[in-house]
Design a protein around this ligand. Structure first.
Ligand code: ADP
Length: 400
């Protein structure tokens, strides 16, 4: 069975075609610059490629072009879209409406569109892609997998903000959490490699990339996470500030004479490791500059490490202990220095890692010592695969 996984943004549409027989990626690519001009990058597993400037006035033309790339020409991998059993879409914000993977209907697309106020950058693009996909592939079932769904188990005392209750009721202002698909994928994988039932585990999952979030997973359920109403909350990120005193926001906005959109841009694009270091948002650049003695790059790295450490401690407290810590995402999978510094001086929690074993990139591996009470694992994430698995399960369920 073949599943198409789509991750659409406001001006881009990334896709992977996955053969569920062995969960291998047959082809993947990106339709970029939608609404501007258009560009297609397409690559097959056996190394055939398409790089082409296109005309993508809307997501619909991008969809048609990706269907063409998959089915015709030198880099085709299937003879027709009839070979595709279903399409699985990543959707960022499902709010309280969507607590699990959902089969797409016109009403579902409308509801995703209506949630755009809560995720202005993402949900509108998802809805456009869903309509476009429906138009291009009307007979193929579509499924949506939400970044927020995994966090719908967080209890109210943890997801509420201290604003007047009416604003939660009227404007739905609360913590939603993000990266749910990644946290779900790596915690399930953890249980598999530990040979344990996820139901019996207390886990802190650290997804560290350009955007980073830490999640407390108890018995397989998210019970708290560091991202909030939007993906801006929590630890210091590439260009996002993470958690700050809300009064600092109003104060800075006043000093700069910022309007709401300017302040949003300042917090999302100009802050984080980029803002602190003045150099780069990329952890590789931060590490390299720090190693050369750059004080502000070192500060950015130290702030990130400090935030993660603090969250591990906080989540161990709310779970009444800890069985495992997971590192994933671009930084979590590839930056041994970050992992080592986070785990330093956490022996009191039962965390002890082997620095030699930890010195690697991008593999699934246990880095804790045999006598460490808490197991520490590096687990490469694969959100697309989880979306494909969910999609497959949904369409197989339809047949029953
Ligand atoms: P996104 O959140 O956009 O999905 P990624 O998960 O790809 O981002 O993570 C990007 C981050 O991972 C960047 O800060 C990058 O520097 C970092 N990263 C990627 N490879 C390495 C590496 N080899 N060493 C250190 N950091 C890395």
């Amino acid at each position: 069975m073949i599943i198409l996984v789509v991750n659409a943004g406001s001006s881009s549409l990334k896709y992977q075609l996955i053969d569920m027989k062995d969960e291998s990626v047959i082809a993947k690519g990106n339709c970029d610059r939608i609404g501007i001009d258009g560009h297609l990058s397409h690559k097959t597993a056996d190394g055939r490629k398409v790089e082409e400037d296109c005309n993508f006035p809307t997501h619909a033309e991008a969809f048609e072009r990706l269907v063409q790339a998959l089915t015709t020409g030198d880099a085709a991998v299937i003879s027709s879209m009839d070979e595709v059993s279903a399409v699985g879409h990543r959707v960022v914000q499902g709010a309280e409406l969507f607590t699990k993977t959902t089969l797409v209907t016109d009403e579902v697309i409308d509801e995703i569109e209506n949630l755009k106020e809560l995720a202005p950058v993402h949900n509108h693009g998802h809805a456009l892609a869903l309509w476009a996909c429906k138009k291009t592939m009307p007979n193929i079932p579509q499924v949506v997998v939400f970044d927020t769904a995994f966090h719908q188990t967080i209890p109210q005392k943890a997801f509420m903000y201290g604003f007047p209750y009416e604003d939660y009721e009227q404007y739905h202002v609360r913590k939603y959490g993000f990266h749910g698909t990644s946290h779900r994928f790596v915690t399930a994988k953890l249980a598999e490699v530990m040979g344990k039932d996820l139901k019996d585990l207390k886990v802190v999952s650290c997804h560290l990339g350009n955007g980073s979030s830490i999640t407390a997973v108890k018995g397989g359920e998210s019970i708290d996470t560091t991202m909030g109403f939007t993906p801006l909350d929590g630890v210091l990120m590439g260009t996002r500030c993470g958690a700050v005193d809300p009064s600092a926001v109003t104060y800075v906005a006043g000093k700069h004479g910022f309007h709401v959109a300017d302040m949003d841009n300042y917090m999302n694009k100009k802050s984080g490791m980029l803002g602190i270091s003045g150099l780069s948002s990329d952890f590789r650049d931060i590490t390299a500059a720090s190693e050369k003695g750059d004080a502000r790059a070192t500060l950015a790295k130290d702030m990130l490490v400090y935030d993660i450490k603090k969250d591990i401690g906080a989540f161990a407290a709310i779970m009444n202990g800890l069985d495992a810590v997971i590192f994933t995402g671009g930084i979590g999978e590839n930056a041994p220095n970050c992992r080592e510094e986070v785990c330093e001086n956490l022996e009191y929690l039962g965390i002890k890692i082997d620095k030699e074993v930890n010195n690697f990139k991008g593999e699934l591996k246990k880095i804790s010592t045999p006598d460490s009470k808490v197991e520490v694992w590096v687990i490469p994430t694969n959100e697309e695969l989880l979306i494909a698995r969910d999609t497959l399960a949904m369409v197989e369920g339809l047949k029953k």
